[in-house]
Design a protein around this ligand. Structure first.
Ligand code: 13P
Length: 252
């Protein structure tokens, strides 16, 4: 039985004060939640103040990006060692806003994934197709390429530190979520791919989240699908009541 996982990606939102307040609201409401795994990923500058707020709670801290090298002359980058030092448990790798928006290559994403896992971080690895790719019937081809270019870099035991997030690019921030059936179809295919490449045990245990316009109104139907093990939430994670309702939906 895979435990449901709800993660909030705050992207480039909040201020120091609103980040602290949002985290405080979540801790007050669900600080000791154990039925569902919960993580929040604030912007880098707010990791430490949010970590203070989360310290006595079961809500885990995550970062939105990482550089593959542990230190060095990489202006503006943040290393996996630094993220661990700041109390991060999770890191998001391969988000489409970085793959497509910032031109991150498969190879760079693979290096980030490997470095993050080697330094003890749990990785949320994002995959997903654009609208034109879906319209051209290439969804599974794109998703397969993203999986093939990243996961085989890891040893079997390292794969236990990875959660996948299927985030169709056309559903991110658009208000148009994938239907539960569309998401389930891809999730089931990904799980079969995992089974074929890494064995049935890993396929049964590795969690696959859905992301893209998840909100309190659509979360329950998405989470009711057999291969949707949680959600990666953008906009709706910035409002405590919305995010809490999504967590509630994951408990049912
Ligand atoms: P939205 O929930 O705002 O569509 O963002 C999804 C996402 O990109 C999470 O990583």
């Amino acid at each position: 039985m895979r435990k449901k996982f709800v993660a909030g990606n705050w992207k480039m939102h909040t201020t120091r004060q609103t980040a602290i307040s949002l985290a405080q609201e979540l801790v007050t409401a669900i600080g000791q939640e154990t039925a569902v795994d919960v993580a929040i990923c604030p912007p880098f500058p707010y990791l430490l103040p949010v970590r203070e707020v989360l310290s006595e709670s079961c809500i885990a801290l995550g970062a939105q990006n990482v550089h593959p090298e542990p230190q060095g002359a990489f202006t503006g980058e943040v290393s996996p060692v630094m993220l661990r030092d700041c109390g991060c448990h999770w890191v998001i790798v391969g988000h489409s806003e970085r793959r497509r928006g910032l031109g991150e290559s498969h190879e760079f994403i693979r290096r980030k994934l490997l470095a993050a896992v080697q330094h003890g971080l749990q990785v949320i690895l994002c995959i997903g197709e654009t609208k034109s790719e879906r319209d051209a019937g290439q969804t599974l081809t794109i998703v397969r390429a993203q999986l093939e270019d990243s996961l085989p870099a890891l040893k079997a035991e390292q794969l236990a530190h990875v959660v996948l997030a299927y985030e169709p690019v056309w559903a991110i921030g658009t208000g148009v979520n994938a239907t539960p059936e569309q998401a389930q179809e891809v999730h089931a295919w990904v799980r079969a791919w995992l089974g074929a490449h890494f064995g049935s045990k890993l396929a049964e245990t590795l969690r696959i989240l859905y992301g893209g316009s998840v909100n309190s109104a659509n979360a329950a139907s998405l989470l009711a699908q057999p291969d949707i093990d949680g959600v990666l939430v953008g906009g709706a994670s910035l409002k405590a009541s919305e995010f809490l309702a999504i967590i509630q939906a994951a408990k049912c």
